[in-house]
Ligand binder design. Structure first.
Ligand SMILES: O=P(O)(O)OC[C@H]1O[C@H](OP(=O)(O)OP(=O)(O)O)[C@H](O)[C@@H]1O
Ligand SMILES: O=c1cc[nH]c(=O)[nH]1
Length: 178
């Protein structure tokens, strides 16, 4: 599918709770036959989604989070952000089927960084990728196995996932100051 043909994101299309339900159904079916499954979310939004998926799938004991700050390809130029959250992988990566989770998939560079970091912990049998939203415009040959929505966001814009105290998600379009 050409990126230009994707619908431009609008508020109505960004019902994050509905998107989460879609993603959960996809992941549930996709992981049904997986051997030794585990779930790993990329901080911050991906970690929130991963935790909720793990709870809904009965995999909370096999859920972790990863912070890619040290593995970014622009680390030498940008250095560390104000806050680096800990990478927590409390399960054996060797031989596992690992579902990597992010909120938004864009250039693919964050996914590349997460995969590099993950291999420092062992050799998974398989890595799969789940993302709430794929906004296209990839710069690396990376594709998600599970995606709830494909959309365009527009120049200078970003999608921001937020989680309420009750654990529910909202998605908004914000100015991208990166
Ligand atoms: O495919 P990419 O081009 O790498 O973009 C996707 C990443 O960008 C956003 O994270 P961001 O770097 O804004 O950090 P945040 O999750 O802490 O907001 C988003 O949450 C993904 O992790
Ligand atoms: O490594 C990374 C990750 C996200 N964005 C980048 O530009 N590089």
């Amino acid at each position: 599918m050409s990126h230009n043909n994707l619908p431009l994101a609008d508020a109505a299309a960004l019902d994050a709770e509905a998107l989460y339900a879609t993603l959960l159904a996809q992941v549930k079916a996709g992981l049904a036959e997986a051997s030794d499954p585990a779930i790993l979310g990329i901080h911050s939004g991906g970690a929130w989604i991963a935790e909720r998926l793990a709870r809904d799938l009965g995999l909370s004991q096999r859920c972790g989070a990863i912070d890619v700050s040290f593995y970014r390809d622009d680390y030498a130029k940008k250095g560390l952000p104000a806050e680096v959250k800990p990478t927590q992988i409390g399960f054996n990566v060797d031989g596992a089927t690992i579902l990597l989770v992010d909120d938004v998939l864009y250039t693919g560079r964050t996914t590349r960084a997460a995969i590099n970091e993950l291999f420092d912990y062992g050799r998974p049998a398989r890595i799969m990728l789940a993302s709430l939203v794929d906004r296209g415009e990839r710069q690396l040959p990376i594709a998600a196995d599970f995606v709830a929505a494909h959309t365009r966001v527009g120049q200078g814009k970003a999608l921001r996932l937020q989680q309420s105290d009750a654990g529910t998600f909202t998605l908004t379009i914000v100015e991208d100051h990166a």
